[in-house]
Design a protein around this ligand. Structure first.
Ligand code: NAP
Length: 492
């Protein structure tokens, strides 16, 4: 045990949050780790006071000071705040890596018991559809921007490989939908393939995300570390929790360059709040990840062993586990009872799970030292030109009426290449159909593939807007180093 004292921000949160947080804090204190807890508020009560972020300034200041947070679940009350306080915390402190281990636990029977499931989902935590950039293009068509950056991808992928190295794991699987979203998920895949070459001792494989879901259900023990984009990760990490006993047993850590936040995967489970019945294991396991992160590996090992002994012996099973095993719920342990039992088991070792010691034992990820491939001089060397523009127009018309009209507006430096509806080319007609949703994309390009100066686009927009006031947005068509930075329409 380290002899230095740690300052940690503890956020009890909403619903069952205070009960599970109290349990984890009691166990850490009982294990003898010197922690000065800074108790801070976030969530429902904060929203009710009219703070629309759900995270008051005192809490932010505490996190700035301590840089480590143990957090109960936060409710997002409908009608008070617009954004989730959880997402606000992640974004405020740039915790880019969401790490969710899913490991078979003794005494927690599942369909996969005995198969040795022991995997970690490493989910990019800030980008993708969670950028939250959404617009209604028409009263009836919504659109969200899926933002994937090379830097964000590199950061999370390097993190996954570093974690594999640190934990002595042999394989990292990238899970993407690069076959469909070639420029966003594809960028993630290409970055993965590049970075994998720096870790030759670790097997690197890429699987399409839907196949990963299938393989997880069929044979989860084949996976070691799965690294993936935000939405994919959100879905498969809940799936992975289900493989090893459910939400009561699913821990997570959100790691950033400066701040890390540890929380259970589950929410505030309001119907169980204040009854002393909730299973605190998920937050206790999260707090073990936290202890490893702050350099308290011995205490983390002792607590982990005590939890495993408690589960293995099954004498203090909480309601959720008793229900899963078909036992008598009236005999279930309370949250406090479970916590007392774990504390009583400190110093004991489990007997039915393989002992993992020293470096073989998961010890929490190190902060990777990223080396961005795209340094300023690399950016400067990339050749670029803009060869056209997509103009999106809301209009109650038909493709056959709109196409010729747009051809007439194209001007001397541009030509209308096509009109599409929901990504399918509908002019010139290919015979492929797409239901008319009153939103059309008109693609204008340079007939000679030349770079088109902005004044040409502005003049085009001026002509289009004069006749079609329903134009709603534009996208430039870039070519970087000879590679088109845009996709073709279906049928093009
Ligand atoms: P939830 O709070 O996770 O609870 C859903 C159900 O899962 C519970 O009713 C309970 O099932 C089971 N469960 C959850 N935690 C458990 C535990 N520790 N032990 C045993 N069983 C557990 O999901 P929700 O009801 O959808 O969400 C409630 C609120 O939490 C929402 O406001 C949501 O926004 C918020 N939330 C916050 C976070 C976070 O802070 N990170 C995450 C997710 C959701 P039974 O009913 O079968 O007993």
């Amino acid at each position: 045990m380290s002899d230095r004292s740690h300052r940690i921000t503890a956020i009890p949160g909403d619903g069952v949050g205070p009960e599970v947080t109290r349990s984890a804090v009691r166990i850490i204190d009982a294990a003898g780790v010197a922690v000065e807890w800074e108790w801070a508020e976030a969530g429902a009560e904060v929203f009710k006071r009219g703070d629309t972020s759900g995270v008051p300034s005192e809490t932010r200041e505490s996190i700035e000071r301590t840089r480590v947070v143990l957090k109960g679940p936060l409710e997002t009350p409908v009608g008070f705040g617009e954004k989730s306080a959880n997402v606000t915390l992640r974004k405020l402190f740039e915790t880019f890596a969401n790490v969710r281990p899913a490991r078979e636990l003794p005494g927690v029977p599942t369909r996969y018991s005995g198969e040795g499931v022991d995997l970690v989902i490493v989910r990019e935590n800030l980008e993708d559809l969670y950028a939250g950039i959404e617009h209604m293009q028409t009263p009836d068509v919504g659109q969200t921007l899926k933002v994937i950056s090379r830097k964000g991808s590199e950061k999370i992928i390097r993190y996954a490989f570093e974690l594999a190295r640190q934990e002595g794991r042999r394989k990292v699987t990238a899970a993407t939908k690069a076959n469909i979203m070639k420029l966003t998920e594809g960028l993630f895949k290409r970055t993965f393939e590049e970075i994998a070459t720096e870790y030759p001792e670790i097997e690197a494989e890429h699987l399409i995300i839907d196949n990963v879901a299938h393989q997880l259900a069929k044979n989860p023990a084949q996976f070691d570390i799965i690294v993936t984009t935000n939405l994919n990760g959100d879905i498969i990490s809940d799936l992975a929790s289900g493989l090893v006993g459910g939400l009561g047993f699913a821990p997570s850590g959100n790691y950033g360059d400066r701040v890390s936040i540890f929380e259970a995967v589950h929410g505030s489970a309001p119907k169980h709040a204040g009854k002393d019945v909730i299973n605190p294991t998920a937050l206790i396991l999260s707090s073990i990840m936290m202890l490893r992160h702050i350099g308290e590996a011995d205490a983390a090992d002792r607590i982990e062993d005590a939890v495993l002994v408690t589960l293995e012996e099954g004498k203090a099973a909480t309601q959720d586990l008793v229900r899963q095993t078909g036992g008598d719920v009236a005999q279930a342990a309370s949250t406090t009872g479970f916590t007392d039992t774990v504390i009583g088991n400190l110093g004991r070792h489990p007997t039915t799970v393989p002992a993992r010691h020293g470096t073989e034992r998961p010890s929490g990820p190190a902060t990777p030292r990223p080396r961005w491939s795209y340094a300023p001089e690399v950016y400067a060397a990339i050749s670029r030109k803009t060869i056209g523009i997509d103009v999106f127009i809301e209009e109650d018309t038909t493709a056959d009426a709109l196409g010729p009209e747009m051809e007439a507006l194209a001007g001397a430096d541009l030509t209308l290449q096509m009109v599409s509806s929901r990504g399918t080319m509908v002019y010139p007609s290919t015979g492929l159909g797409s239901d008319d949703v009153r939103l059309w994309r008109c693609r204008f390009v340079s007939p000679t593939d030349a770079n088109v100066p902005d004044h040409v686009f502005i003049a085009l927009l001026d002509r289009v807007a004069g006749r079609h006031p329903g134009w709603t947005h534009v996208e430039k068509l870039h070519v970087f180093d000879g590679e088109p930075g845009f996709t073709k329409a279906q049928g093009q």
